[in-house]
Design a protein around this ligand. Structure first.
Ligand code: PAF
Length: 287
């Protein structure tokens, strides 16, 4: 067994005490918030942070207030020891903050209410009520504890990324929020901690999600949003092992569904889909 040389904090007070001399010396802090079960996507966020900052902090915390489904929270993979080994293989200079619920919520495990200029009312916001209040609550608290200069988020959760950008601008939080590209398995499946819960066969079958998104991207060049959405819905009807929750085409900035294509706007296709009762999300740039 490898000797663990990494600094792991469980208490925000200990982490703050450790970071405060560096903050006073104006050292730059990069921050990668996660819920653990690390994969290549997380590692790419860490690599960006390590190369752009003096100090890199990663949080590992399965945040209860952003789950609107108790079973999903219960079954969310928790693999701290393995995560630490994965990080150590990359660098032993990463500072880990892995708190218990009590350290974050101090006996009051509820979300604050946030308003993100309507971004919260689309897609994930519609289908996972309260989710973005939970995300806003934890991300704001983590930013207050870590006080990073830069924070790194994956584009797989594109709506979350836009919401976190809105959060820092509305609350004047001095953090640069950096979006990083989606990492995919060789078969195209977007990397996600939830993939751990898929059987080998479902992982193989889930390759079709990215194939259909890529076909939709081609179709959208010449066809309307409505026709492209219909195409995606019909494709998944051919694969009854999938239950499509939504496929939407939205403006990247406002996340509003596209009614009429405009040449200077950026569009993305967003999908949420179930296989083996596990909910996966993905998205693709359509420009
Ligand atoms: O994307 C995630 O893993 C979570 O939503 C985050 C940003 C760590 C907040 O709990």
């Amino acid at each position: 067994m490898q000797e663990i040389l990494m600094l792991i904090f469980n208490k925000k007070s200990d982490l703050s005490a450790f970071l405060s001399p560096f903050i006073n010396q104006n050292k730059s802090i990069g921050f990668v918030p996660t819920m653990g079960a690390l994969h290549e996507g997380h590692l790419s966020l860490l690599k960006n942070s390590l190369s752009e900052n003096d100090i890199t902090v990663m949080s590992i915390f399965v945040n209860p207030t952003q789950f609107n489904n108790a079973e999903d929270l219960d079954k969310y993979p928790r693999t701290l020891e393995r995560d630490v080994q994965i990080m150590l293989a990359l660098s032993n200079s990463i500072i880990v903050y892995a708190p218990e619920v009590e350290d974050i919520y101090e006996g009051n495990t509820v979300s604050e209410n946030f308003e993100y200029d309507g971004l919260e009312n689309q897609m994930e916001g519609k289908h996972r009520p309260g989710h973005f209040d939970g995300v806003g609550t934890i991300v704001k608290r983590l930013f207050e504890i870590v006080q990073p200069n830069k924070a790194y988020f994956g584009e797989k959760d594109f709506q979350q990324l836009q919401i976190v950008k809105k959060l820092v601008s509305k609350y004047n939080i001095p953090v640069e929020v950096i979006g990083c590209p989606i990492h995919r398995e060789p078969n195209g499946l977007a990397m996600s901690s939830r993939n751990e819960r898929l059987s080998a066969i479902a992982k193989e079958k889930a390759a079709i999600i990215y194939q259909i998104l890529s076909d939709a991207k081609k179709l959208f060049q010449t066809n309307s949003a409505e026709e492209t959405i219909l195409f995606v819905e019909n494709e998944f009807k051919k694969h009854p092992e999938f239950q499509l929750e939504y496929f939407e085409i939205a403006d990247e900035a406002t996340l509003l569904p596209v009614s009429q294509k405009v040449s200077d706007k950026k569009y993305r296709g967003f999908i949420a889909i179930f296989i083996e009762n596990i909910r996966l999300i993905d998205n693709i740039s359509l420009n």
